[in-house]
Ligand binder design. Structure first.
Ligand code: NAP
Length: 298
């Protein structure tokens, strides 16, 4: 039996890199970055997908920085809003399923309990609006296609907020993080493992949420990373993360949802088990970094 052919777009980003490594087990993976498929030219990118004739397309490519989307509106509209539909149509043309990665920023943030998959999107920012447009285009291109919303992604292939908090702590500098914004961290390696549930043709399309279980603030997230590191004997110096208000961060241009935690019932039903709790995922991540020698020998 031939191996399934999985085409990953945005394969050099934080999430795409993790998927490209993980999917290589038991599949033939084609991993494309911007050079191989530039979503700023959606027709050309869709043509490349048709020629590659994959069984599954996973689109991780996006302008994922909400502030950049506010200032580069036309580009964000093309890459996040228009290109996904063309890619999904190209996938349909060759009989492939498209798995399109989207975001918690499609929600307005006024909820008090995790957003379900069928909650109504109402984005606050240009990033959220263009990502929602991308979702709608993908879903309209075929009922087998899946939109997978993730949030607060962390993983070994590209530094994010928790890595920066750890670096400050290791140097003994103050660590401050927002304590009035709530969501669910998503470990890239957990996404890679869980997405396999969407590979069989029998898995239904539609909207999925995929993040680690539980709700926290950016401060809780950084604190957990430092606590996990301390428990593992990593020489973190600053032990307490100081709370900040979102309004204390002047460099943010885009409006962000205050509460964007998501419940993941649909993917958990396919997996047959709950996703792991976010503190355990952070713990696993710090162990991985330690074992890779990222905190020095010993
Ligand atoms: N990071 C988060 O916390 C988060 C939260 C919610 C949802 N998401 C979603 O998760 C997905 C993956 O994001 P990520 O965290 O992995 O972000 P990332 O590290 O910025 O990866 C995005 C990738 O898209 C590529 N890209 C940008 N413009 C492109 C273009 N015109 N053509 C082709 N590729 C292009 C980037 O390439 P270059 O490296 O060349 O710029 C980058 O490799 C995105 O859909 C994002 O909306 C992320």
């Amino acid at each position: 039996m031939s191996l399934p052919h999985i085409l990953i777009l945005g394969a050099r980003g934080r999430l795409g890199s993790a998927l490209a490594c993980d999917c290589a087990r038991g599949a033939r993976v084609t991993a494309w970055g911007r050079t191989e498929a530039d979503l700023a030219d959606p027709e050309a990118a869709a043509g490349a997908v048709r020629r590659a004739r994959p069984d599954i397309v996973i689109n991780c490519a996006a302008i994922a920085d909400a502030d950049v989307c506010e200032t580069e509106r036309d580009l964000a509209e093309t890459v996040n809003g228009l290109a996904p539909a063309l890619l999904a149509r190209a996938a349909s043309d060759v009989g492939a399923r498209m798995i399109h990665i989207s975001t918690d920023y499609v929600f307005p943030g006024s909820a008090t309990a995790p957003y379900a998959e069928d909650a109504t999107p109402a984005p606050l920012s240009w990033y959220g609006r263009t990502k929602r447009e991308g979702e709608v285009g993908v879903l309209a291109a075929g009922e087998g296609h899946a939109v997978v919303r993730v949030s607060w992604v962390f993983g070994p292939d590209k530094d994010c907020f928790v890595d920066k908090a750890l670096q400050l702590s290791l140097r003994g500098e103050p660590v401050r993080a927002v304590a009035d914004k709530f969501g669910s961290p998503t470990y890239a390696l957990d996404v890679a493992a869980a997405l396999r549930a969407l590979f069989p043709a029998s898995a239904p399309g539609g909207v999925y949420h995929l993040c680690n279980r539980g709700v926290c603030t950016w401060r809780d997230w950084a604190q957990q990373a430092i606590d996990s590191a301390a428990t593992l004997g990593i020489p973190v110096k600053t032990r307490e993360v100081e709370p900040l208000k979102l309004s204390d961060i002047p460099v943010m241009i885009a409006a962000r949802p205050i509460y964007s935690a998501m419940s993941c019932a649909r993917i958990e039903a396919l997996l047959g088990e709950p996703l792991r709790e976010w503190p355990r995922a952070v713990d696993a991540y710090i162990r991985l970094l330690r074992d890779a020698g990222r905190f020095g020998a010993g």
